[in-house]
Design a protein around this ligand. Structure first.
Ligand SMILES: [Zn+2]
Length: 357
C-alpha cells in the first residue's frame, strides 16, 4: 500500500466534525512537527506549518481545512483505484485528500531533495460551517503572496478561478395575535404574510451565475391562535456583485409588498456572508498554473464555483487565491469517493508548482 493511501486511510478514520476537530488538528500538528516543520496551532484553531526553503524561490502557501461535515464514523472500502464508503457515512476526502497529500508532499520534498522556497502549509478550522478559521486568520503571518487552496472535487488539474458573492437574509414578519375561532378578523397572520412573501420571491436558479433560497421557516404557537410572528431565513449568491444586490433587493421588495398587503410588518436583516472573486483568464497566477500543468502532461482547466471556500476570504484579505481540484467526487454525501491516481497526480502537480515558483 502506498504511503499516501496509508496516510489518507488513517486520517479519514479520525473524527473531525466542525468545531470538534481539535484532535485531528493536533494530529496534523504532531505530524508536521515530527517532519521538522516550524508548526504552530494558534488559539483560533488554525495551524501554520512552515518548511524552510532550501533554495531561492518565491514562498508558496498551500491551504486546506481540518474540519468535516457531520457524519457517522467513516467506514471505507477499497475498489481498485478508488476509496469509497460503506454507504452509511461520508468519506471525508473533503478535505482529507488535501491534508494527506500535504503530509506526503513534505515527505517527498525531503526524500527526493527537491529544491523549494519557503513552503507555508495553512490548515484552517471550521471551514464547512462558515469559513470561520480563514476569517479569523491574519494573512500577514504569511510570507507567500499567493495561496493555493486544496479543497475541491474533480480531477487534478482543475482550478476554480471564480466564486460567488453571498448574502444571508433574515425576514421577521410581525402580525397581530387573535383567537383563531373567536375573532380571527382582529388578527393579522404573520405566517400568511411570510407565505405570500416567499411565493412572490424569485428563488432557485435565477441565472447562470445567480441563485437564491429560503432554507428555514418557523413561527406560530398554536392552531387556535392567529400567529403574530414568523421567521424566514435564506440566502442569495452570485458571481456578479451587482446581480447579488439586485436579487437581494427583489427578495426584500417581495417581503415588504406581501406584508403591506396584509397589514403586517417585516423586519429584514441582510448580512454579507462572503465576498466573491474572479480571476481573468490571463491572470499571471492562472498562466503559471497552466504552464506547470502542461509540463507534467496534466490537463489544465478552469471552473467557476457555485459556493465559497477559504479562497474567497483570502482574496478579500489581499492574497491572491484560487482553489485546486483534489481528485475526489460527491463531497458531503455517502457516495463520496476518492481516486488514488488523481490524488497522486495532484501531488506531482504541487511538486512542479513548488519548483516553478
Ligand atoms: Zn472542503
Amino acid at each position: 500500500m502506498s504511503r499516501l493511501l496509508e496516510e489518507f486511510l488513517a486520517q479519514i478514520q479520525m473524527p473531525s466534525v466542525s468545531g470538534q476537530e481539535g484532535e485531528f488538528a493536533g494530529y496534523l500538528h504532531r505530524t508536521f512537527t515530527d517532519l521538522g516543520l516550524e508548526t504552530e496551532l494558534d488559539s483560533d484553531g488554525n495551524m501554520l506549518a512552515v518548511l524552510k526553503g532550501n533554495s531561492q524561490r518565491e514562498p508558496l502557501c498551500f491551504a486546506a481545512h481540518s474540519d468535516t461535515v457531520p457524519t457517522a464514523p467513516v467506514r471505507y472500502r477499497l475498489e481498485g483505484d478508488w476509496i469509497r464508503t460503506q454507504g452509511d457515512s461520508i468519506l471525508s476526502a473533503d478535505d482529507k485528500a488535501a491534508t494527506s497529500i500535504l503530509v506526503e508532499l513534505v515527505h517527498a520534498l525531503q526524500e527526493d531533495r527537491i529544491p523549494h522556497g519557503d513552503l507555508e502549509i495553512l490548515i484552517t478550522c471550521q471551514e464547512e460551517v462558515g469559513l470561520f478559521g480563514a476569517k479569523r486568520f491574519d494573512p500577514n503571518r504569511l510570507r507567500s503572496q499567493k495561496i493555493l487552496v486544496l479543497d475541491h472535487n474533480g480531477p487534478a488539474g482543475g482550478v476554480i478561478k471564480s466564486a460567488p458573492y453571498a448574502n444571508r437574509l433574515q425576514f421577521e414578519f410581525h402580525g397581530k395575535a387573535a383567537h383563531a375561532g373567536g375573532e380571527p378578523e382582529r388578527g393579522i397572520s404573520a405566517i400568511q404574510a411570510m407565505s405570500f412573501a416567499i411565493a412572490r420571491m424569485p428563488l432557485g436558479r435565477i441565472d447562470e451565475e445567480t441563485t437564491a433560497n429560503i432554507g428555514i421557516v418557523s413561527g406560530g404557537n398554536a392552531t387556535n391562535i392567529v400567529p403574530d410572528f414568523a421567521l424566514a431565513q435564506g440566502e442569495a449568491r452570485s458571481r456578479s456583485q451587482e446581480k447579488l444586490e439586485r436579487q437581494t433587493e427583489a427578495m426584500l421588495q417581495a417581503a415588504k409588498g406581501a406584508s403591506e398587503s396584509l397589514g403586517a410588518n417585516v423586519k429584514v436583516d441582510v448580512k454579507a456572508d462572503y465576498a466573491g472573486y474572479a480571476l481573468p483568464p490571463n491572470d499571471p497566477l492562472l498562466v503559471w498554473l497552466r504552464a506547470a500543468a502542461l509540463e507534467i502532461g496534466l490537463t489544465f482547466f478552469t471552473l467557476d464555483a457555485g459556493g465559497a471556500s477559504d479562497a474567497n476570504v483570502f482574496n478579500l484579505k489581499g492574497r491572491k487565491s484560487v482553489v485546486l481540484n483534489c481528485g475526489y467526487n460527491n463531497p458531503h454525501t455517502f457516495q463520496e469517493e476518492a481516486s488514488l491516481p488523481e490524488m497522486l497526480r495532484l501531488l506531482d502537480y504541487l511538486k512542479i508548482l513548488i519548483q516553478r515558483s
